[in-house]
Design a protein around this ligand. Structure first.
Ligand code: IPE
Ligand code: IPE
Ligand code: MG
Length: 239
């Protein structure tokens, strides 16, 4: 438990690219959807653990804007799991006081799922614990494009002067407005890429990649990532 290491610095905002469900299933000669099922179970367990470690914001990348390219039956299985896990999460995270919010374009989802997303945010809105930020139909390029459109409209409506645009004008129009930038981004499944995750916000995030596949990523794997984070020297361009 990280709690036993009082000298450890706990990252304020952790992002996790939960990758490797398909390979986890393939190794066991099971359909990919079974991998997603075990991945979703792990999501519940690890979220509770991370909230107990003092992390303030946890962003989980659950479905990207590019994941619609997958076969219809896989996308369907994922949507079914989202519905099921959102129903559970309505009560699930109450005792840990976890506040749930979503980023991404929710308009593309089935209206029933949108309703559940809204309801999950609503029941948790007064909670004071960790903020669980679930990225669903999220893509950073889409997010930036959306911000550019907002800025364009504000210029047209004379609310913004193009010569006076600041970085804050951009970040405040991203889905993550009001959230700190991620300090640590963990990717399971062994790849070293962001796959359209928080391209703007990750300018100075520490990146940690592990071969461990998402359904196998447990408490001690998270501790290892935090340990590694504590060894990094974050200079932010300084000396
Ligand atoms: C991550 O696991 C889950 C989603 C992207 C929804 P994958 O389904 O990408 O698993 P691999 O990378 O094929 O093993
Ligand atoms: C990234 O995983 C997206 C999520 C974890 C939701 P992918 O499996 O979609 O990424 P690529 O295709 O390997 O880049
Ligand atoms: Mg993958």
């Amino acid at each position: 438990m990280i709690n036993n290491h009082s000298d450890w610095h706990i990252p304020e905002h952790v992002g996790i690219i939960m990758d490797g469900n398909g390979r986890w299933a393939k190794k066991r000669a099971l359909p990919r959807s079974v991998g997603h099922k075990y991945g979703a179970q792990n999501f519940r367990k690890i979220t509770r653990y991370i909230s107990k470690q003092g992390v303030k914001v946890l962003t989980l990348y659950a479905f990207s804007t590019e994941n619609w390219k997958r076969p219809a039956d896989e996308v369907g299985a994922l949507m079914k799991l989202f519905r099921q896990y959102l129903v559970d999460s309505l009560t699930d995270f109450r005792e840990d006081d976890i506040k749930v919010v979503f980023i991404g374009d929710r308009s593309a989802f089935d209206p029933k799922l949108v309703e559940l997303i809204n309801e999950s945010e609503e029941v948790a809105k007064d909670r004071k614990g960790m903020l669980l930020n679930i990225a669903m139909n999220y893509g950073s390029r889409d997010e930036i494009l959306r911000a550019v459109k907002m800025i364009g409209r504000d210029i047209r409506d004379h609310k913004l002067d193009p010569d006076q645009i600041t970085e804050e004008d951009i970040s405040s129009r991203l889905y993550t407005a009001h959230l700190p930038d991620p300090d640590l981004i963990i990717r399971t499944g062994g790849e070293f890429r962001l796959s359209n995750f928080m391209l703007y916000q990750s300018a100075y995030s520490e990146f940690y990649s592990t071969e461990t596949l998402w359904p196998d990523f447990h408490e001690d794997d998270f501790d290892k990532a935090v340990m590694e984070f504590n060894r990094r020297n974050r200079r932010f361009g300084g000396v």
